[in-house]
Design a protein around this ligand. Structure first.
Ligand SMILES: [Zn+2]
Length: 610
């Protein structure tokens, strides 16, 4: 049914969301204030209760411990709603000053909650195995025992509680401060850029958007300016990276953690063997990636593929999709797999859980935030009536569905690691894109769609892999001392050469200052903020492939799998629900070959349209 996507119609503006039913009156809501005040009072009570908690888990203390743990959980869920709500308020209106102030206030309360969290985990670590097992057998906490035991294990791997508390305090003005300094360096860069006879002052982010231009000259000019701008700040950025890396390694040494991957693997509930199996499979796609880029070079009319060509668009897809039409399409494509997923998405659309209107004053980007406490979610985006917006809508509805299946699960069992967080969203995206691909007949539209599909594995297998390789070699050398700016450049070019395996032009194709220009290298909340993207994409792809083979029969299994994402390790989720061993090659081999299945079609179409 080509009509769905090929017709240009006049479209109704996307709707605004309903926040009133959560708390009436926005950030200034009286009900919201009463809610926050109550949480604050309860948090203070919890602090006092924690101080009185028997430090030894004797049988007589068990009931008191359980009560405290459940209250701690309850507070976490309430704080979650407090934060999500004000996040929605300041996203729909970035000038909401009161909202920003409340956001800071709520964050302080969350910091208090984390202080309790750290106190609890230290207490957990002190208990003998036998007492601990007995506590875990209590049916009142049966569903959250994975998270509680994980807290205990993590605490055991750390320093003594008072040293951890000191490290945490020092990291505010040390470790994390380097990341904030980096943000400042990056935020203060402005570049004069001339386009169509007009000179504009651009931020580095805006300049980077020019890499998406269909005009090669613009992309190239933007890249030269971009490297110049970063070159002028490179020694500062090198210092920030070295100091923050040094801080991290000192902390690891004192915790007796041998590998810089220890922390990111823990955060992702993942084994190193799994990560290695994944990258090994990824490497086998390089011939397919090269073929794809060769065809793309022909389409773009270029013979040297450079860093700034990675996002160059090909094909044309000018069809307009109104919000309503996009919502109908998403529901339709989900219904062919799961009635429940379709019904859920319809409900989210009908109940106005989505902020889609295109108007000034909104924040950039999109997100889906769970309001666990009231068993709802809210999606934030700026709907632009194009295909990309439709896939974003499908993506965010996937996140909302994931939150929906977790709605009756206790809060401490609903927090899933980053590598699993994108399963439902990418799954939805793949469904919608695949369906669109089947319906489209125009070669230019098809080219654009195929390119959009293939650009994902290309970026995840080459660009993200280069970031991983850089991080790995940076930390290996940083153990011995600070790296010079020139050495960082060298490591970066070497990482790109290996990850792109000759795809980037050897003379002018690399982005040697990528280590400086990419925020992710400076992100202190999660080190190695790269491989979870590739993992998430491939994991979702593997699940999607299974769903395509098994059809509707897989839907209940899919749902059950999502429900377990917050209560076991990533390997256990895969073993229990997919019957696969992630530390072995087979799952990954199937997932990577599935992700490049359109390469031949793209190449054939590219040849026939020229
Ligand atoms: Zn997402």
């Amino acid at each position: 049914m080509e009509t769905n996507i090929a017709t240009a119609t006049t479209v109704k503006p996307a709707p605004r969301w309903d926040l009133e039913s959560v708390f009436p009156g926005g950030s200034g809501s009286t009900e919201y204030k009463i809610f926050r005040d109550k949480v604050r009072v309860d948090l203070d009570k919890a602090k006092k209760a924690f101080a009185k908690l028997p430090t030894k888990l004797a049988p007589a203390a068990e009931a008191q411990w359980i009560r405290f743990i459940l209250e701690f959980q309850r507070l976490g869920e309430h704080l979650g709603l407090a934060r999500s709500f004000v996040h929605c308020c300041i996203s729909e209106k970035v000038t909401d000053e009161l909202g920003h102030a409340i956001f800071g206030e709520v964050d302080m309360m969350i910091a208090d909650w984390f202080t309790l969290h750290n106190g609890l985990e230290a207490l957990f670590a002190k208990q003998a195995d036998k007492q601990w097992e007995k506590l875990m057998a209590n049916p009142k906490i049966a569903q959250i025992k994975f998270r509680l035991s994980e807290m205990r294990t993590l605490a055991k791997e750390k320093m003594a509680p008072e040293l951890e508390a000191l490290a945490l305090e020092l990291s505010v003005n040390g470790y994390h401060a380097w990341a904030r300094l980096y943000d400042k360096i990056s935020g203060e860069i402005t570049v004069d850029f001339e386009e169509a006879g007009k000179v504009e002052k651009l931020s580095v982010g805006q300049l980077q958007n020019k890499f998406n231009s269909p005009d090669r000259a613009i992309r190239q000019r933007a890249f030269v300016k971009f490297e110049e701008a970063w070159n002028s700040r490179a020694t500062l950025a090198a210092s920030a990276l070295n100091y923050q890396g040094g801080f991290r390694l000192s902390l690891y040494k004192n915790r007796n953690w041998k590998s810089p991957l220890h922390e990111p693997l823990r955060i992702n509930r993942l084994q190193e063997k799994t990560l290695n199996a994944m990258w090994k499979a990824v490497a086998t796609t390089l011939p397919a990636m090269k073929k794809y880029i060769e065809a793309k070079k022909k389409l773009l009319g270029i013979d040297r593929f450079c860093w700034y060509d990675q996002f160059a668009p090909v094909g044309k897809f000018e069809a307009r999709f109104g919000f309503e039409e996009a919502g109908d399409l998403v529901v339709k494509h989900l219904a062919s797999f799961s009635d429940e997923m379709a019904e859920f998405s319809r409900k989210a659309l009908n109940n106005r859980w989505i902020e889609g209107e295109d108007r000034p004053g909104k924040a950039d980007g999109g997100f889906c935030t769970g309001l666990n406490l009231i068993k709802q979610s809210r999606i934030f985006m700026t709907y632009a009536d194009d295909f990309g917006s439709m896939t974003t809508l499908a993506h965010e509805l996937g996140h909302a569905y994931h939150q929906w299946v977790l709605k009756d699960i206790p809060y401490l069992a609903t927090e899933y690691p980053m590598g699993l967080a994108e399963t439902a969203s990418i799954f939805n995206e793949l469904r919608v894109t695949d369906a669109a691909l089947k319906e489209v007949t125009d070669p230019q539209q098809k080219l654009m769609l195929l390119d959009q599909i293939l650009q994902q594995p290309f970026i995840l297998f080459c660009n993200i892999y280069a970031r991983f390789l850089f991080d790995r070699s940076f930390y290996a050398e940083r153990q011995k001392g600070a790296l010079s700016r020139a050495r960082l450049d060298e490591l970066m070019v070497a990482a790109q050469k290996e990850a792109f395996a000759g795809i980037l032009d050897p003379i002018e194709g690399h982005h040697r200052l990528f280590w400086a220009s990419k925020l992710h290298f400076f992100y202190t909340e999660a080190p190695f903020y790269n491989f979870p993207y590739t993992f998430g994409y491939l994991f979702a792809g593997g699940v999607y492939e299974r769903a395509s083979r098994e059809g509707k029969a897989f839907a209940p299994k899919y749902r059950a799998m999502l429900q377990d994402t917050g209560s076991m390790t990533t390997e256990e989720v895969a073993k229990k629900h997919l019957g696969v061993n992630l530390t072995r090659d087979d799952f990954w081999t199937a997932a990577v070959s599935n992700s490049v299945r359109y390469v031949d079609e793209f190449c054939a179409l590219a040849n026939s349209t020229m």
